[in-house]
Unconditional design. Structure first.
Length: 103
């Protein structure tokens, strides 16, 4: 994959094309329709792709309605909780098909 970088901060526009590192290309290929596979809960407000709040994401993950994983080192008390975006979107679609909102 090749990315074009354009700098227009000065009076003159400069263009530079270079290949992306293999790891970046691999991560971009894992995205579905420009969406990430895993997301973090929002600090405030609602999550961008689903519109769910932080508490709603944790509640759904707690009941097993959506996939979630906690990333942390052994013996570490705090970690990072990630939510599987496709499972959230599937949950919304299932609620739409049933004609009810369960949450």
């Amino acid at each position: 994959m090749i990315v074009e970088i354009t700098d227009t901060t000065g009076g003159k526009s400069a263009s530079n094309t270079r290949p992306l590192p293999a790891r970046v290309t691999e991560l971009l290929d894992q995205q579905t329709n420009g969406r990430p596979e895993w997301i973090r809960s929002p600090k405030q407000g609602v999550e961008f792709y689903s519109g769910f709040s932080r508490s709603k994401l944790y509640a759904l993950a707690g009941t097993g309605a959506i996939r979630s994983v906690s990333i942390r080192q052994p013996m570490q008390q705090k970690g990072t909780r990630l939510f599987h975006l496709q499972s959230i979107l599937d949950f919304i679609a299932k609620c739409e098909q049933q004609g009810t909102v369960k949450a």
